[in-house]
Design a protein around this ligand. Structure first.
Ligand code: F3S
Ligand code: F3S
Length: 221
């Protein structure tokens, strides 16, 4: 007997994105799952929600850093003859929430202009660690707020080259970055802080999309 028509042997499935309402339908659950994964990575509404949440967190972090800097500025002013040295002695302020912080984003470094990319891929051999921000390494020289150095150990961003394009934040599938306010920097007044650096899956998307080539990824061995 002839086949009993080609009525679907799969159960019809559908997925509706809770953020943007997009509807995906496919008879094959595995294919549908793939469609769902791809959509979740690309969904603009979902991304906007994530960015809004991260911005709120960054704003509260900035407020904490500012109050810490203000507190340190009011502390002992006895050594008027010893100007703050950019790279080494700016261990400012008390630690911000979230981990080991030894630098301040504010200071006297105001005479800088924007640096040109690309980031120096061999910077780890040429630069020295100048401090930490919430447990993440900063490679000097730094002289805040105009010169901020290179941030990160594996996900590394030259904050002096970054112009806050934001493509890196949008491209990252695992949400490694969040905006960090950096008022007074000649390149841009916010930078992509690699807050979840340990989540990086080394897809290199961020490195490839950055217009001024401010990012260098070092894969864990
Ligand atoms: Fe994200 Fe860049 Fe790593 S896009 S996964 S931080 S290589
Ligand atoms: Fe900056 Fe490049 Fe990202 S300019 S915000 S590091 S895409």
């Amino acid at each position: 007997m002839a086949a009993q028509s080609s009525v679907s042997q799969y159960t019809a499935n559908e997925y509706i994105c809770e953020d943007c309402g997009a509807l995906y339908v496919h008879d094959n659950p595995t294919t549908l799952e793939s469609m769902k994964d791809v959509h979740n990575q690309l969904c603009a509404v979902k991304r906007q929600k994530t960015i809004a949440a991260e911005s709120a967190k960054a704003a509260s972090r900035l407020a904490a850093a500012k109050s810490a800097a203000a507190a340190s500025a009011m502390a002992p002013a006895a050594s008027s003859s010893s100007p703050p040295s950019p790279a080494s002695s700016s261990p400012a302020a008390s630690p911000a929430p979230g981990g080991n912080t030894t630098i301040s984003l504010t200071g006297t470094g105001t005479s800088y202009s924007k640096a040109e990319g690309p980031i120096d891929a061999k910077f780890k051999e040429k630069r020295q660690q100048a401090g930490m921000y919430e447990g993440h390494k900063i490679w000097g020289p730094i002289d805040p707020p105009g010169q901020l150095g290179i941030w990160g150990s594996e996900v590394c961003v030259d904050f002096d080259i970054c112009i806050a394009d934001g493509a890196c934040i949008e491209a990252c599938p695992v949400n490694v970055y969040e905006w960090l306010e950096t008022p007074g920097h000649p390149g841009s007044d916010k930078k992509p802080f690699m807050a979840r650096e340990k989540d990086c899956i080394f897809c290199l998307a961020c490195e490839n999309v950055c217009p001024p080539q401010a990012i260098k990824i070092f894969q864990r061995k």
